[in-house]
Design a protein around this ligand. Sequence first.
Ligand SMILES: NC(=O)c1ccc[n+]([C@@H]2O[C@H](COP(=O)([O-])OP(=O)(O)OC[C@H]3O[C@@H](n4cnc5c(N)ncnc54)[C@H](O)[C@@H]3O)[C@@H](O)[C@H]2O)c1
Length: 445
Amino acid sequence: MIKNNLINLIRDKRARVGVIGLGYVGLPLATEFASVGIKTTGFEVDEKKASEINAGRSYIADVTSETIKESVDAVRLSATTDFDLLKECDAIIICVPTPLRKTKEPDVSFILAAAEEIKKRLRRGQLIILESTTYPGTTDEVLMPMLEATGLKLDEDFLLAFSPERVDPGNPQFKTHNIPKVVGGVTDDSTETAAFLYSQIVNDVHAVSSARVAEAAKLLENTFRAVNIGMANEMARLCYALNIDTWEVIRAAATKPFGFMPFYPGPGIGGHCIPLDPHYLSWKARQHGFDSRFISLAEEVNSRMPEHVVQLVSDGLNDDRKAMNGARVLLLGVAYKKDIDDVRESPALSIIDRLRSKGCEVRYHDPFISELSFDDTHTASSGEPLASVQLNDEEIKASDCIVIVTDHSGIDYQRVVNLAPLVVDTRNALNGEVRKRSAARIIRL
Ligand SMILES: NC(=O)c1ccc[n+]([C@@H]2O[C@H](COP(=O)([O-])OP(=O)(O)OC[C@H]3O[C@@H](n4cnc5c(N)ncnc54)[C@H](O)[C@@H]3O)[C@@H](O)[C@H]2O)c1
């Protein structure tokens, strides 16, 4: 039986794991398997990433180069662009991107490309797991027929499961091993085998009855966040209009020990997950004639936040009798969240574009992002690339307005509010003490 054979191989650490896509998700995962003594091969289309790994160097902040080097030196971890090596793997985990098309429809082309590589080499005895976030039905409606087109049969010849990734880049408390893992197979054997594989690296595995349940659970988690952040953002705009401190309101509400979970407003949502994943669910809903109204509303509210931030800058400059046109605006932080080097879908891109189209001279400082380029989705203005500037006294003083877009730690916010004339704080980065001793006028979201 495929299941028993695989379980024995995994238990004896003789199983080989292949991870397709060594990005924010795939690299930490591959490293975890390697560090418990399971031989792991990472498959990449990006040759540079593969050679960095083989040279023992990490390009993902959450994984240290020492960890990679140790596993590479011990011949437990390697990376390759040669997909023929997939044949040698007993378990293959797909961790490729799942973006949206311009029409906001799911783009599963990376999953299909990875599955095509597997299909060409699928052999009896393999377990295939999809980890990329996607709509319910991808694993059994799309992957299963592709793999069975080889003539091999599910359960008799191979196993197939979905297990969503929940990694939170930059979170020092929760890493792969202590984030419970949901696993749902297309068949029971698939579930049990995939759950056993993950139990080698994760403390708590939660098996569900199907791949679809696992796919839907992931989308519920991220839709829940998008909707609640949307409500916090709406509350922030209302509080601004009513001249009430949003953050104080949330702090007060959060003292309730049951029935309330705090979510916080911000300049807009970013990253590869929260802005995108709900669209996977609403697309699938539309296929079934269902209108997912919470998702649409959250998207509408959240996507308007950059516009609101620009309005706050405009209001602040106006009070100083300054025009947007020609004003020098410095953004503090452009990453989509604190202490990470990821600008995907960052609201900073939209804020910069809007400020530039009003004639502002925009500069930015971000210790994690040295350069910023703009693709065709952010080009209402010139779209000229920018480089991070030094946050020195001259830079701060020369700015007409400073906008805290990302609340990175390690920034001397006191110095900023001592030297700048106007600061727009979208993240509550300036605590009460800093605000009390501020020389700048501060506008908070
Ligand atoms: N980043 C997160 O915080 C996070 C969290 C949970 C889930 N996810 C989900 O995990 C999946 C991967 O996201 P990510 O952030 O790791 O993406 P990423 O862009 O950081 O990494 C994906 C990697 O896959 C490689 N790749 C693309 N096509 C390939 C192919 N055909 N064969 C081999 N390699 C290929 C790319 O070169 C890249 O290195 C997505 O579905 C995402 O929604 C991401």
